[in-house]
Design a protein around this ligand. Sequence first.
Ligand code: FMN
Length: 181
Amino acid sequence: MKVLVAYASKHGSTKGIADFIGDKLRQSGNLVDVKEVKEIRNANDYDAFVIGSAVYMFHWLKEVKEFVSRNQAILSKKPVWLFSSGPVGKEARDKKGRDLRDVSGPNEIDELKELTKSRDHRVFFGVLDGTKLGFFYRQILKSSAVREGLPEGDFRDWADIEAWSSSIASSLEEIPKLAMG
Ligand SMILES: Cc1cc2nc3c(=O)[nH]c(=O)nc-3n(C[C@H](O)[C@H](O)[C@H](O)COP(=O)(O)O)c2cc1C
């Protein structure tokens, strides 16, 4: 299977997740390209897609939403998996007891699922490194309400990401068999 792992990342942690997923799918015998969405010229070349974005202020990054809209006709006919790299912190739940992965966005996830007819969407914990943030995000973080929900650190759960990658690899193995009936 020729697989494209397409991502949008502002500060590199979503790229790290995309690279990791790409490696796992390669190890399972797939031909894999891992590309930032801005670099992708022809989505038609691929049999399956994993598409991910960092989440900022409850939204996927603009360029990845545009990639999905532009390639909707192709994506909706091929197997697609979506992921978001979002919540930060050691707590799995917020003060109201809600799973952070359910309440951190992206707000447009239902539309993205519908456009791509995706098989799954996963939210992974991400990274916040204050030293990497530009002026705009540093200003947003100055608000104490925002600051409280965004502790610094690398909270990516590689075991969780690996398990999801393995489930995608298994599904990809089934696809040629299904196509042959
Ligand atoms: C100003 C700011 C706003 C953020 N808003 C959200 C959010 O709404 N939901 C979320 O899950 N994560 C949010 N995050 C956390 C980022 O998504 C997380 O740090 C992610 O791993 C960054 O990915 P990147 O390094 O690929 O840019 C925010 C981070 C910053 C600095």
